[in-house]
Design a protein around this ligand. Structure first.
Ligand code: Z5A
Length: 217
């Protein structure tokens, strides 16, 4: 039997409350409909025991004074572990990986939101994963107010990022837009202000289109 080629690496990005969780379900449905094997679903920060431990630190409101530099380095420490132990081996084995956030989130939140700028993030990106990156990135683009109103209904305690002010999220969204404009071949922007069913339909369409272009490699 012929060995399957490298799996596809799909990332999902967007502000809080954009609907990334529903998007992951729509991706799974599209792949199932196409008869593709179940992908690996993972997330950042996180995806390994070490990465999940760092995620807890990053989200913990008691570390509110963490510097932008420390935050970026922590995110990339988790990513280095995740890439080496989970993402690359899974792709090499021919399986798709779908990741809830990846390095574009660092450009958005640390580069944009915290004001660290693109250059510092690019240096860490070059060190940690060089030319490696997602095959397709779905950016669920939501107005910060709309996203925040959605998560407000959850009733959980706000994490360290959720406690940020509107300016932080506007800067993060602008950074996402710059990333998408710079790499139109990789990004697909999904208007996530729309009803959930419409968002899911576009997500399924984007995955079907990717499969139509040699998805199983
Ligand atoms: N972070 C970082 O700073 N740097 C990095 O490099 C990385 C991450 C990788 C944790 O991420 C934090 O890490 C993140 C940035 C930082 N913090 N922030 N902000 P996360 O992915 O866990 O955090 P999140 O964005 O806060 O997740 P979230 O709030 O769960 O958002 P979501 O997954 O997009 O939302 P959801 O759970 O799918 O939906 C939220 C609710 O809205 C839910 O009740 C849905 O039923 C509802 N919903 C969803 N879509 C719709 C539509 N279309 N209409 C109506 N209602 C909807």
């Amino acid at each position: 039997m012929a060995r399957r080629g490298r799996g596809r690496f799909i990332t999902v990005e967007g502000l809080e409350g954009a609907g990334k969780t529903s998007c992951l379900e729509a991706i799974a449905a599209a792949l199932r409909m196409a008869g593709e094997p179940e992908p690996l679903f993972t997330r950042e920060p996180g995806g390994t025991p070490f990465g999940e431990a760092l995620r807890s630190v990053l989200l913990d409101p008691q570390y509110q004074g963490m510097t932008a530099e420390a935050e970026a380095l922590t995110v990339f420490a988790a990513r280095a572990d995740h890439l080496t132990r989970v993402i690359r081996p899974t792709l090499e084995a021919g399986r798709w990986v779908v990741c809830d956030r990846f390095t574009d989130a660092t450009y958005a939140y640390q580069g944009g939101g915290r004001g660290l700028g693109d250059r510092r993030v690019a240096e860490l990106e070059a060190w940690v994963h060089g030319g490696f990156g997602p095959d397709r990135t779905l950016l669920l683009d939501v107005e910060p107010d709309v996203g925040r109103a959605r998560i407000a209904t959850r009733g959980a305690h706000a994490d360290r990022f959720e406690q940020e002010q509107d300016a932080f999220f506007r800067a993060a969204r602008a950074a996402y837009h710059r990333r998408a404009a710079a790499e139109p071949g990789r990004f697909r922007i999904v208007d996530a202000n729309r009803p959930a069913a419409e968002v899911a339909a576009q997500v399924r369409h984007e995955i079907e289109a990717l499969l139509g272009h040699g998805g199983t490699a």
